[in-house]
Design a protein around this ligand. Sequence first.
Ligand code: ADP
Length: 483
Amino acid sequence: MAITFGTLLYFQIMYLENMVKMRESQFSEGVVRALHSTVEELERQETLYYLEEDINIMESTLVMGKTPDNSTVTYQINPNQNASPISKIQYPSATTDISERYHAMQESIKSHYLYQRGLLNEVILNIMRNASNRTITERADSVVVRDFLTKQLEANGIVVPFVFAICSNDGATIYQTRGFINDGLEKYSTPLFPNTDNRYKLIVEFPTKSNYIFSSVRFIIPTLALTVMLLVIFLYTIILAFRQKKLTEMKADFINNMTHEFKTPISTISLAAQMLSDDSVLKSPSTLKHISGIINDESKRLRFQVEKVLQLSMFDNAGGSINFSTVDANNIIYNIVNTHKLKVEKLGGDITMHLDATNSEVYLDEMHFTNVIFNLLDNAVKYMKKDAVPHLNVTTRNYSDDMIEIRVKDNGIGIKKEDIKRIFDKFYRVSTGNLHDVKGFGLGLAYVKKMVNIFGGSIEVESDPGKWSEFIIRLPLVTKSSE
Ligand code: ADP
């Protein structure tokens, strides 16, 4: 599927690229055509200008007339003097015969042709002679050039704002419209008056060209976006599937682990019960006491395990079983630490407490909050270094006006950076090799995090692997306004 998506995306991008290229070349062709037509129009306009001028001159020197029979107009131009004024006019007389008339008509057409040729030659000579007398701004007026360009671009299907300039070939700008940047970059240009004067060029630029090109291929973008979206969804599904697989494996581990944890106390208790049924045991009070002690310890262990599994079920249905109330966090922590103190002191360690938060009123579920702090303290003792004694430190302070911060620090094995990201995941346990064989389900911290989030707080860990770890919980305080 990844290959299919990749190929699909590749072809779509290729298609887009080709479309852009095609549009660009279409655009360029249109512009080039429009520029040529503009220059042609300018030349035609110039020819017209001189033609009019010459016709005026000629007309002032021409003599025109009609034949006596009112049929033809005859001009005669001296063929040896190109475009010189008329030297002589002949009228075929009414009395001449047909051949003479025919001859006269031929002469008339010839002289008409010569007149036209002479006129044209005169115009061309004039252009060549006088073009340099007129300034380039007169010859290519900016308003006229703009009109021609607009018309020609439109005729080529390009209705995009443009700016233009007329520059000499050595790079000097004769004039330019507003917005034109003469940065020497390659733009659309064509020589002005290429047939008579090659010193100037017309340069056109389209500031919004890329937008124009983009707008014509924009319709492909949604399909591209959809493909990318499909790819993302596909990847997400794959990740989910892998996570699910991992979770299933973890759950299987959990069940194995749990079975083992339950089996040991149950078998010990049933063994004790068997011993109790023995008459000799009944007679010895010390053995009886010993057996009842075992049953007591093992049932406590069993209760603790059940407690853990209960936490799991609460964890899954947390939404339904949470009773919020305003409580004093300092008080709750004080009580838990005190109950924990005995356990730690039994191991030769100690817990120091600095409950410095002056405002410790929080709005949460007391039972779950107790479990959260209890889990952290329990872990702090569980994950001790081998042969070390636990020194725990519990502090509270007002992190900000509306936040309380609770820190639980231990001098245990610490947590590596790569594990820190995952210890809050359900069923995740750090693989500690054979360093220690602490039993657990990998649920405690997941439960802690879930609860802290439900209380509207946050939890993070800092640790120096091999030296210490510190769990930091921040919870919102009951502020005066929310009361
Ligand atoms: P469990 O303790 O049942 O394995 P937890 O969710 O409580 O599950 O902890 C997840 C993992 O985080 C543990 O396996 C342990 O490796 C690591 N961990 C938790 N607390 C500490 C701590 N105080 N010091 C070092 N590692 C810890």
